[in-house]
Design a protein around this ligand. Structure first.
Ligand code: FES
Length: 106
């Protein structure tokens, strides 16, 4: 298990335990974190799992795939550390990961 910390746009933190091998979107959905919809079920086809990774953690989340990059371009704004939650696999190395939630998904 790994601890994932979701931070609302108002700064409220939600800590959840996520299974290694799962992903950030699934951890949010399983724990009823508001702001992550995951409409496509993790197929990298909807961008409703968009998060901004805390800069200290961004490098550990790995590189965006070409498909993920493409999906992110549909968002009105893309932070430098934006990722799709479903494309961040939970690993032991990500224990303590901090991701920021958008005000709303588009
Ligand atoms: S759940 Fe659809 S792109 Fe992540």
């Amino acid at each position: 298990m790994a601890k994932i910390i979701f931070v609302d746009h108002d700064g409220t933190k939600h800590e959840v335990e996520a299974s290694v091998g799962s992903n950030v979107m699934q951890a949010a959905v399983d724990n009823n974190i508001e702001g992550i919809d995951g409409d496509c079920g993790g197929m990298c086809a909807c961008a409703t799992c968009h998060v901004t990774v805390d800069p200290e953690w961004f490098a550990k989340t790995g590189a965006r795939s070409e498909n993920e990059e493409s999906m992110l371009t549909f968002l009105p704004e893309i932070a430098e550390t934006a990722r799709l939650g479903c494309q961040i696999e939970i690993t032991d190395e990500l224990d303590g990961l901090v991701v920021h939630l958008p005000i709303e998904q588009f």
